[in-house]
Ligand binder design. Sequence first.
Ligand code: MG
Length: 389
Amino acid sequence: MSAWAVIVAAGRGARSGLRENKVFYPIDGRSALGRCVDTFERCGLFDGIAVVISERDEASYRALSQREGFARAVSRVAFGGETRRESVYNGLCSLPADVDIVAIHDAARPFVTPCIIAATVDSAREYGSGVISTPVVDTIKQVSPEGRVTTLERSALRAVQTPQTFAYEKLMEAHRRASEEGFPATDDAAVFEHCFGAVRLVTTEGAEGNTKLTTRSDFAMLGKGELPDVRMGQGYDVHRLVHGRPLILCGVEVPHTMGLDGHSDADVATHALMDALLGAIGEGDIGRHFPDTDSAYKGISSLILLRRVAEILRGKGFRLLNADLTIVAQKPKLAACIPQMRCALAQALDIEEERINVKATTTEHLGFEGEEAGISAQAVALVARDRAL
Ligand code: MG
């Protein structure tokens, strides 16, 4: 028994408000169409997959199917017609003559599962048709042309989705007849019913998740349900301790007999934090943004540079979730200055203080920090941005 799937992607999707065909739009990096093709291929029930696209989308489709790597899984590509019914018919006509079972699926339902597909195929094999359906959750009102409103009995109602799977010959016959009569139909079940009286409805676990992406808010909802794009970064810096300079750490002048040497104010902790932030968003390091060969940065407060880094971060759509810093210094004791440091960093970054943590440690007199030759600092930062539509 030969089984094929026809995935319909020829609609305009005008209600989605997206510039391109909505089924080409990436949801977490993969288009609705690509997801559908994957699921139909992965379920292992089909000898071939046909995709119906609009002729004007041909170039975008070719590029998308190559980019997402599903081109090879698609055996036939047909062009859509004026209506959905015509589009499906064109897809059916593209199939080989020996097909027994055909599953029709809307590419706008990317959350279809192998279990749902299998339920419709089993039913079609046994009864000639299998249409996935769910009980209706909302109470449905019927409005007559005169405006008379009546309430339908909810328990007797079913919402139908795709896939809708049929014996191929019968569905072809039903489509030919619907086409001759110009029968208007929004789905293949209606075409089939018109010719053969009734279809077999099936339901299965997960069918309520097989939703159709239609309006812009459907896409916006998806964005909300998804985890944001979270990135992390790490920074490390060392400056030499010298006499005759103030010691600036996290923007705070700390009383000490020595200070850090450097082109700017040599605020080693703020430098490590900036590198962590730039690292998280793939923007290199502070040397690239504020080269020490540029006299504009001579003696500059590193908090001013941190403000600029925060602007770069926001410019790329990211927000800082939290940052954690460790300052490694044998002397002086820093504990008393830490609240002021957190406050200064939080102000420069324009975020709540509780998202910034500053710690200090010694190295038990080991290494360059322990010998008081220099101070080092480390930072990690976590940033996020919402997935854009
Ligand atoms: Mg530095």
